[in-house]
Design a protein around this ligand. Structure first.
Ligand code: GRF
Length: 205
């Protein structure tokens, strides 16, 4: 079976929904390890409660390059069987940019969730960007990670209508509900080998 690693930095709600889907036997994948770059990430407690291995690789004060840091992540992935042949890595609120070397090694095996309809609103605070811009729809996107920022092949998107009275907080809440649906679904599609990549597109069967 495939081995899954989820990388987090904080709350871990997307991680939780993925793990719960796996526990309910909806996704045929082994949840091998949760890695956090922050020792106090709330998601770590959730993962422990669910009985999943957790590893902290603290990034604050880390002496070394981004690549040195990622080498530690890669070593941890390998220790838990999350290899470039047999693994999937999900970034779920992981607030660190990963190195091109890591991305190349795990080509088309790293996914991310972004709380906007890409390619609109990349980067940070994107719910605020959407409200301030005045778009009528935003949403969320699960995509493979490539060497750009939020540019990799899109796997699933879900749209959310923006209401007149929305603030970035109310919008973020409604988008998060959709994230919790589409991220487990993207992992399921991957585990069931239903995602094919053609150029910068994914074809879902
Ligand atoms: C989510 O909004 C996700 O789209 C973004 O970071 C947030 C993480 O939330 N990348 P959580 O830690 O999964 O609750």
């Amino acid at each position: 079976m495939l081995n899954l690693a989820i990388l987090i930095s904080g709350r871990g709600s997307n991680m939780e929904y993925i793990l719960k889907s796996i526990k309910r036997k909806r996704i045929p994948i082994n949840p091998a390890v949760i890695i956090s770059n922050k020792p106090n990430a709330k998601g770590l407690k959730i993962a422990e409660k669910l009985g999943i291995n957790t590893v902290i690789i603290e990034s604050k004060g880390f002496k070394g390059s981004r690549l040195d840091y990622d080498k530690k992540i890669i070593a941890t992935l390998k220790q838990h069987g999350v290899t470039p042949k047999n693994g999937l890595v999900c970034l779920a609120g992981f607030m660190k940019i990963i190195s091109p070397q890591f991305i190349r090694k795990y080509k088309n095996r790293i996914m991310n969730i972004h709380p906007a309809l890409l390619p609109a609103f990349t980067g940070l605070d994107v719910q605020k960007q959407a409200v301030e811009y005045g778009v009528k729809f935003s949403g969320c996107t699960v995509h493979f990670v490539d060497e750009g920022v939020d540019t990799g092949p899109i796997i699933i998107q879900s749209a959310v209508r923006i209401k007149n009275r929305d603030t970035s907080e109310t919008l973020a809440k409604r988008i998060l509900k959709e994230e919790h649906k589409i991220y487990p679904e993207a992992v399921r599609l991957f585990a069931k080998k239903k995602i094919r990549i053609s150029g910068r597109k994914t074809i879902i069967s």
